[in-house]
Design a protein around this ligand. Structure first.
Ligand SMILES: Cc1ncc(COP(=O)(O)O)c(C=O)c1O
Length: 390
């Protein structure tokens, strides 16, 4: 656990901070003026068209969260009891919860210690006759080994899925993350590169899954076809739920999408400043970006030699007014992970990463002064602990 911060020291640099501007306000006001705030309106359609264009997905459906989009995947594939889905053990709850909700078993496999993404060989070892799909997580917006996973899925007749929650705008060999698998999911949560507070998107890349996904989002009905005028009435077709995003949130998201390039550029500037200062220090591990990956500066994480150093660093930074954050609790060690999932192997890289990783503050509107404070604070910690600065 990270030491509880003393109340007296104000936070000068938060861990993340959304950056809303004029575009978002204008789109928001336009939505109010239209008088139509339910999902599926013009702003929703504009967001979806932009996502389809930027990713090449056959169909993009914006949703209230990435969690919702992941649940839609499990419904669209009709996964259930007797099915297994391989997921990395080092990920957010929703990656596994979506399948457990349907009665399928998430099987936790280890990560590659360099990228913190699902390890290809660990995934291969986790395959059983019950395996239906492999769910990739592109940690920190850095792509998984896509060619290897595509080959593995083809070899074992498995569905490839992507939890691209952190990967909006990132690519692998020039192809957008989220557009490789049968389906992919983005998050537009408060902490993400572009955000509307709570929001997400399902990218449907397999044309056969478009119609079922539209039904699922709209309470299991063909209401979308009814609105298009292709059916005379709408009715209950499949198991679904209410996974439409409100038009108000879609309006804010549209504003963010219009500014996405500038927001990402600003994040990259911070990421690169961290990398310039800390990237060559041997006593800590800094991000590894494979040559095929074009990342989106979602996270800058450093890993220490052990858990005590990581926690000491977090406390030291907090005392300087800088918020940092560890990341996931390994899913196979959580109460629900133990109950609903199954671990494949010892998962030692997952455990080590969870104990030693610390994420630095990273947001587009970080001032030069705040950036300097983070750089100086971490450098001081490294020096004071004999970890060197070059
Ligand atoms: C890998 C991953 N998947 C899914 C989610 C859930 O996203 P949301 O909050 O949009 O449901 C997160 C959230 O941080 C995440 O990191």
């Amino acid at each position: 656990m990270v030491k509880t911060p003393p109340q007296s020291i104000p936070i000068r640099v938060p861990f993340c901070r959304p950056d809303y501007g004029r575009e978002e306000r204008l789109a928001f006001e336009e939505a109010i003026a239209s008088g139509r705030l339910e999902g599926g309106g013009t702003q929703t359609r504009e967001c979806e068209a932009r996502l389809q264009k930027s990713t090449g997905a056959q169909r993009a459906l914006i949703t209230p969260s990435c969690t919702a989009a992941l649940e839609m995947m499990a419904l669209a594939l009709e996964l259930g009891p007797g099915d297994e889905v391989i997921v990395p053990a080092f990920t957010f709850v929703s990656t596994a919860n979506a399948f457990a909700l349907r009665g399928a078993v998430p099987v936790f496999a280890d990560i590659d210690p360099l990228t913190m993404n699902l390890d290809v060989e660990a995934a291969r070892k986790a395959i059983t006759p019950k395996t239906r799909a492999i769910m990739l997580v592109h940690y920190a917006g850095v792509g998984c080994e896509m060619e290897a996973f595509e080959a593995l899925c083809a070899e074992h007749n498995l569905v490839l899925l992507e939890d691209a929650a952190q990967a909006v705008g990132a690519s692998w060999n020039g192809k957008a993350l989220g557009s490789f698998g049968a389906m992919g999911a983005f998050s537009f949560h408060h902490t993400k590169n572009i955000t509307c507070g709570e929001g997400g998107a399902l990218l449907v890349n397999d044309p056969a899954l478009i119609k079922p996904s539209e039904f699922i989002r709209d309470k299991g009905t063909d209401r979308a076809d009814f609105l298009r005028g292709t059916v005379a009435k709408y009715e209950w077709r499949v198991l679904g739920s209410s996974y439409l995003l409100s038009e108000l949130a879609a309006a804010v998201l549209l504003g963010q999408m219009q500014r996405e390039a500038a927001l990402t550029q600003a994040r990259l500037r911070i990421w690169e400043a961290y990398e310039a200062q800390f990237g060559r220090i041997n006593s800590i591990r800094t991000p590894h970006i494979p040559g095929a990956a074009s990342h989106n500066a979602h996270i800058y994480g450093i890993r220490f030699a052990n858990n005590a150093l990581r926690d000491a660093c977090a406390a030291f930074m907090r005392d300087r007014g800088v918020m940092t954050a560890p990341h996931y609790v390994p899913l196979h060690l959580t109460p629900a992970g133990l109950k609903y999932g199954r671990a494949s192997g010892a998962l030692s890289h997952t455990i080590d990463t969870a104990e030693t990783l610390l994420r630095l503050p990273l947001y587009s509107a970080m001032s030069d002064e705040d950036l300097a404070l983070v750089l100086e604070s971490l450098s001081d910690f490294l020096l004071e602990n004999g970890l060197g600065t070059s």
